[in-house]
Design a protein around this ligand. Structure first.
Ligand code: NAP
Length: 484
């Protein structure tokens, strides 16, 4: 029986495993539904997939990579980096692949979690003293509920399940969605397809992407003088954090970011009618700010049609827009995002007395622990996503919080630790008060950050250093421990 089961072998699960190893704790297992580690960087293999946070920051603070080829590294490099980290710290030996978690139940008598899995078609189960959910929020593709979708006669797939066997050369391709994924692959496939129709429901705010190759000389300096790599990361951290002023302090401070996006649109789109169709009507930052210097030019290619009327239905031969115009297609690509709430609830976690994590009650203390769920921890849990910088920083803060809880257990000779209802309530009331004033609620848009009741259960509303300072150590007073 492993002491700790970690669910998911992405940035969260691998980071947790490394921290446990460093702390001298070898008794853990990582379960992953895929056939390789990497999480989102394994799943998303669409053309042009890259990180939109600079790589020196989108990496572990304890394992800087001096060899990033570009400021915004492509998917393959990030995936390779994560595999290298897993190997270097021998965390890969702890991973079980092809293992989907169906259910996790706490048993108050045995004081253990039972994790029910389906492994290569067979139902199995594990018992563990503690569970860390590192499944991430963006791993269940969301397919839109468009009438007639099942009748389409051509190929169709989701951006996070890219079909490499589907050659788009010379095909008529329809893309539904214009979020962070679509704007990365639309410029890549525009030249390949005979015709590309891009269905936009809500225009995104887009900034130029300041991507550059990292010169060999600079990479050599990062390798020989590691302090230079650290300094580079720190400068990027501060620049990104400055953007949080508008998110965290006052939405009015978003104005310079909006001016920058408007200038980018004006510079790249000359036609005022098209520009109007591509201009958002909500405050910048309300949805994720996207980065691309090639998306607007791609939309203006002669073989590309941006459709802004909305989608009415899908037929056997293509997509019909809301104005009744039929757009024939051989391939439909859904770039329609992920089921965020279900990413946690699909694990069917049942705590003390059968309590469930449901979409309506999805909250946690510091995004990590939940009252009624002893020895249960989440990485990238509720309200720990970011609109302005790297979530790897958040993961590292959460990993420290988990270790701190485990230390409390060890010191007190206890075998369960559970956050108090009061601490969780206080924390979330304050958080939601702050969120009500933030751009995601005030900015006049709908986004996956808000649930069906308009409650933001996705994002952290502040600076990341504040989160780090408050989270990395568990406050003993906020937790109850029990002895065997
Ligand atoms: P997304 O941001 O949720 O975008 C989904 C797109 O699909 C939106 O344009 C949405 O329109 C549209 N859509 C959804 N349902 C639709 C429907 N029924 N009819 C028409 N359009 C529909 O998804 P994503 O682009 O996959 O990105 C998800 C998240 O992944 C991002 O926010 C980001 O956190 C992450 N990501 C990160 C990177 C990176 O480089 N680090 C890259 C890609 C993704 P509306 O706007 O109107 O809802």
């Amino acid at each position: 029986m492993p002491g700790i089961v970690i669910v998911g072998a992405g940035f969260g699960g691998i980071g947790m495993g490394i921290a446990l190893k460093k702390a001298g704790f070898d008794d853990f297992l990582i379960l992953d539904k895929g056939d390789d580690l990497g999480g989102t960087w394994r799943d998303n293999q669409y053309p042009g997939c890259a990180c939109d946070v600079p790589s020196p920051l989108y990496s572990y603070s304890f394992e800087l990579n001096p060899n990033w080829s570009r400021l915004f590294a492509p998917q393959q490099e990030i995936w390779d980096y994560l595999r290298m980290c897993a190997r270097r710290y021998r965390v890969d030996e702890h991973i079980r692949y092809g293992c989907t978690v169906e259910r996790m139940d706490w048993d108050d008598d045995t004081r253990r979690w039972t994790i029910v899995t389906v492994e290569h078609g067979e139902v199995g189960s594990y018992q563990a003293r503690a569970v860390v959910s590192a499944a991430g929020a963006l791993h269940l593709p969301s397919y839109p509920d468009i009438p007639g979708a099942g009748s389409f006669g051509g190929a169709s797939f989701h951006s996070a399940r890219w079909d490499p066997s589907c050659d788009l050369t010379g095909q008529r391709v329809a893309v539904i969605g214009t979020g962070a994924s679509a704007i990365q692959f639309v410029p890549e496939i525009a030249a390949q397809a005979a015709h590309l129709t891009v269905f936009q429901r809500t225009p995104p705010w887009i900034h130029p992407r300041p991507d550059v190759e990292i010169p060999a000389r600079l990479r050599a300096a990062f390798n020989t003088v590691p302090l230079t790599a650290r300094a580079c990361r720190d400068v990027i951290y501060l620049l990104m954090e400055a953007r949080a002023l508008g998110f965290a302090v006052n939405p009015k401070l978003m104005a310079p970011l909006e001016r920058m996006a408007r200038r980018h649109l004006e510079k790249q789109v000359a036609d005022p009618a098209l520009r109007a169709r591509l201009t958002p009507d909500y405050t910048i930052g309300c949805k994720r700010i996207l980065l691309s210097s090639t998306y607007y030019p791609a939309l203006q290619r002669p073989n590309v049609d941006p459709i802004t009327e909305g989608v009415a239905e899908i037929t056997e031969t293509g997509v019909v827009a809301a104005d009744g115009t039929a757009h024939p297609a051989d391939v439909i690509i859904y770039a329609t995002g992920f089921k965020v709430v279900e990413s946690v609830t699909s694990l069917n976690v049942a705590g003390r007395d059968g309590r469930k994590l449901t979409p309506e009650n999805l909250e946690a203390y510091r995004g990590v622990t939940v009252a009624g769920f002893p020895n249960f921890f989440m990485l990238l849990g509720p309200n720990t996503g970011l609109g302005h910088t790297s979530v790897v920083f958040m993961i590292e803060s959460q990993v420290q919080h988990v270790l701190s809880c485990l230390r409390i257990l060890a010191k007190s000779g206890a075998d369960t630790i559970e956050v108090s209802e009061q601490a969780q309530r206080r924390y979330n009331d304050t958080l939601q008060r702050r969120l009500r004033r933030a751009v995601w609620s005030e900015g006049g848009c709908d986004s996956w950050y808000l649930d069906a009741d308009g409650i933001n259960r996705a994002l952290w509303p502040g600076f990341t250093f504040e989160y780090w300072a408050r989270t990395r150590r568990a406050r003993r007073a906020d937790y109850a421990v029990t002895r065997p």
